[in-house]
Each structure stands twice: as C-alpha cells, then as structure tokens.
Design a protein around this ligand. Structure first.
Ligand code: ARG
Length: 387
C-alpha cells in the first residue's frame, strides 16, 4: 500500500489536477448518502471478515480495520464525525477517516470491492429496513381502521358513486374498503423483499474480481439468501429501487384518496365527520375556521412521491449497461419518498384516531336522493314476479 493519503482523493495518483469547485459541489452526494453509514460499516465489516477467512488479508489487518470502522461508527453516532464533500460520498468519507485512524492498512478494505457493488449492498440493506418500517406503520393504520369499523357496523350512510347517493351502506363496510387497499400495499412492500434478498457484494466494478472471495459467506452474514447471478446486471440494476418507489406511490395514492374523502366529508356541505382540534389548523383572518390541513398536506405530498418514481424511471430509460453516475441520485428519490410516505402514514394514523363520525347526518343524508330505489325495484321483481 502507498503512503497515508492525507487530503487526497482515491484517484489522486491518476488525476492530478484539482477538481473544479463547482463540479465538486455538484458531484458530491455525501449530504444525501450519509444516511447509509450504518449499512456501509456493517457490510464493510463482513467484507473484511470474508477477506480474512479467504486468507486474502491477515487476521491482524482484519482486526485493525474492524476496530477502526467501529470507532468511526461511534463518531458518527455521537455526531463527532466531520462529513466532507471533498470525499464525495459516504463510502469515501468512511474510507478516508479509516486511513486517518489506522494508516495505510485501511487500503486493504477496498480489496476485491468497488464502490459500485458497495453502494448497492448498502442501499439494499437500507431498503430492507425501510420496507419493514412502512409495513409496520401500515399495520397500525389497519388496526385503527378496524377499531373504528367495529364501532360503526350499524352506522348507516349513503354509499356514493359519482359522489351522488347510490345505495345505503354501513360505515364499517365503507371504512374496511381502505383496509383492503392498505393490505395490498403491505403485500407489495413484502414482495419487494425478494429482490432485496440477493447479495450484490463481490461483483466489483462490473466483472467480479480475481481474488478468491466467498460470496456465499457474505450473503449469509448480511442475511441475503444468495448472491446475485450476473455481475453486469447487478451493477446496473435499479429495479428494486423502482419497485420501492412504485409501492410507495400506490400506497401514497391510497392515503391521498382517504384524505380527499375526509376533506369532503369535513366540509360544511357534507358535515359527515368532525376533526379533533389536534389535527386542524385555524385561519389568520377567519376566526370560525378549522381547516383539515394535515389531510391536504398528505394529498399534496403524493405528487412529490409520484415525481420521485418518474424521476427514477427517467434516469434509467436511456442507460446502457452498466454503472453511470446518473444512478447516484437514486438515493435522493428513495430517501425523500420514504420520509414523505412515513410521515404521511403517521399523520393519517393521528387523523384516524381523532375523527368523529356524525352518525345523525350520515343517516339524514342516507334518506335523501331516492337511495333505496334499487332495493325497491328488486323487491318488486321478487315479490310481484307472478303477476
Ligand atoms: N456515490 C456513488 C453512487 O451512489 C457510488 C458509486 C460510484 N461509482 C463510480 N463508478 N463512480 O452512485
């Protein structure tokens, strides 16, 4: 290994001119991908354990690197780590700090590995947790809706088609329609696990490595079920990102629909629900107002979530194989979608816990608009068919 690379980029011996200030700022992703630090360190530890097991590095170097990585992890957790855009991304920030802590042996960490397989490994590990978190919040949503439904089996309301009174229904029946949607959402997030269970680590920059690595070992340690099969596809594949953004978009669409529903029901014109003061805001000029802002915000955020899906699709549509820098923004889309969706579900859960259904008004409305015409027609056909 060469000298300690103080303040030098990894490609410092090949590219000698200083990177332009504007490009450095533009190209750095550290502000976004620092969220991957846990996964990056976890995967790096498993990687060096494998290198040692395969006798590619010595036990002494393995222990030294793992010690350094754990120290870095603590520094980041305690907010004592200085993230530097000079080192572009989380992988290089950590590696550079490792050089500072343990010296030139840090270079062995990059043996038989490229940032190309490193970033996808981290990202898949992160997405597995994200999927689980969303599934957990949706389970809470479903529980709250079922709880509300149990109280309203006998609450009669008009079922609407075209927003016109159609047929009388039970409020529980109505609310449980959303349980079906959120269950399908959960299934979609669960399905995403299949692709998140294939281990990209070991495919290197594009064509694997000449070192005798053990991908089954890293798969097992990182709880992947098996290694990915084709290294070129592995490097360029972001289907698992699109899957997450798609599942999130659908889920967000469902949340937006129930929000819109409640916004309409909360209007004076409908007056079918009232919202607790905890989940409304007032107006700066009209003292009588109680506005359903949280629901409107959820509805609005769905646009940004769709936007992230289409941004990712658009980034991918013209990319030949395999890695291109365009792909770096995948994390921005996913983190933003995850944050927006997670918060939207949490706020929706608050709304669902703080909504009062106006039974009287539901019944009044159910008596309007000749809502039992179909039942009456059915009655006539059934009872008078022999006449
Ligand atoms: N920060 C990069 C990304 O997220 C890491 C991969 C870099 N690979 C490369 N060949 N430049 O995409």
């Amino acid at each position: 290994m060469g000298k300690v690379r103080k303040n030098k980029s990894v490609w410092g011996s090949r590219i000698t001119n200083k990177t332009s200030y504007n490009f450095k700022k533009f190209g750095a992703s550290i502000d976004v991908d620092k969220r991957l630090f846990r996964e990056d360190i976890e995967a790096s530890i498993v990687h060096v354990e494998m290198l040692c097991k395969q006798k590619i590095i010595t036990l002494r170097i393995k222990n030294k690197i793992i010690w350094g990585l754990k120290k870095i992890s603590n520094e980041i957790k305690k907010k004592k780590f200085h993230f530097n855009s000079r080192y572009e991304d989380i992988h290089m920030n950590i590696e550079n700090r490792l050089f500072e802590i343990i010296g030139e042996d840090a270079g062995y960490l990059h043996t038989a590995r490229s940032r190309n397989d490193q970033v996808i490994t981290d990202f898949k590990l992160w997405l597995r947790k994200a999927n689980k978190e969303i599934i957990k919040s949706l389970t809470t949503t479903i529980k709250i809706i079922i709880n509300n439904s149990e109280k309203h089996v006998y609450t009669v309301m008009p079922g609407f088609t075209h927003l016109k009174n159609a047929q009388p229904i039970s409020l529980a029946h109505y609310l449980l329609a959303y349980v079906e949607m959120f269950n399908r959402d959960k299934k979609r997030f669960q399905n995403n696990f299949l692709d998140l269970m294939e281990n990209p680590l070991g495919v290197g920059a594009i064509s694997g490595t000449s070192f005798n690595i053990d991908r089954n070992y890293t798969s097992k340690k990182l709880k992947f079920t098996k290694p990915t099969r084709n290294s070129i596809d592995t490097i360029s594949d972001r289907d698992f990102v699109v899957d997450f953004l798609h599942a999130s978009s659908l889920c967000s669409m469902h949340i937006s629909r129930i929000s819109e529903e409640f916004i309409i029901w909360n209007s004076e014109a409908f007056n079918l629900i009232s919202l607790n003061d905890k989940i409304v805001t007032g107006s700066s000029i009209m003292p009588q107002k109680k506005n359903p802002d949280p629901l409107e915000l959820i509805r609005g955020k769905t646009g940004a979530i769709y936007g992230n899906l289409f941004s990712m699709f658009t980034v991918l549509k013209g990319l030949p194989l395999s890695y291109f820098k365009d792909l770096q923004d995948d994390k921005k889309f996913v983190f933003d979608t995850f944050d927006q969706l997670k918060n939207s579900i949490l706020v929706l859960n608050d709304v669902l816990k703080n909504v009062l259904f106006n039974k009287k008004e539901m019944k009044n409305l159910a008596e309007k608009g000749y809502i039992t015409s179909t039942d009456f027609a059915d009655y006539l056909v059934r009872e008078l068919k022999n006449y």
